[in-house]
Design a protein around this ligand. Sequence first.
Ligand code: OGA
Ligand code: MN
Length: 254
Amino acid sequence: APRPALLLSRPPAAHPAAGEPLTRSTQETTTLSLPLPSALPPALAPEALPRLIDALVEQGWYLGEGVLDADLCAELHAELTALAERDALEAAGIGRGQELQLRRDIRGDAIHWLDRESLAQRRYLEAMGELQRALNQALFLGLFEYEAHFAHYPPGAFYRRHLDSFRGRANRVVSTVGYLNPDWPEDGGGEMVLYAPDDPEREVARVRPEAGNFACFLSDTIPHEVLPTRLPRASIAGWFRRNASLGGLVDPAR
Ligand code: OGA
Ligand code: MN
């Protein structure tokens, strides 16, 4: 039997020629009812891309509201909530590989690395792949890989001010954070605060973890922190990496 994918590449029979009645064969109805990825709205609003690139060049960071598709955020939020409820998350650490340390006084989130196991994850990663191509095209960044994890901050959790990579020492180049929490209240806490590259005491921006919000910044340049959250807080933190294997200074595999 032919695979459904072959049927999908047929000319669109849904648009009848002039004068033809608006009916479909049973087979066509079946075909058209398949959940086509192409029928989904873009995961990342396309109009955000040029702004994101300009902001990254001019100030090293970008914040956007309503950038991530609302339905996708809802699905990812449900997936992360389910993982948290069945205790399937791991406590987040500081550092990598052998040097990984648990430091509740520095960060209190629990994580799960994205592994493409759901359609929602694949949509999110697909969108990040497009962002990677756009960044490489516009900025010649040579990004070649993306890694990301869900992060669940229970009430009271925070992440102290930090950089995501250290100049010349690691290969994380651009950081992304997507927020998943619908109807985040004004007093919910959990904002991410960005600081000036040359003065880590000076706040330059702050983003609420409201579903749809998206942040992007240079990993070795922008100090940032997560303020203590009052409510359970869901996000996806991710990093575009470059293959900086010179001198054995590449980040060890996680
Ligand atoms: C991180 C991080 C910010 C956030 O995981 O490195 O800074 O808002 N996360 O979740
Ligand atoms: Mn960070």
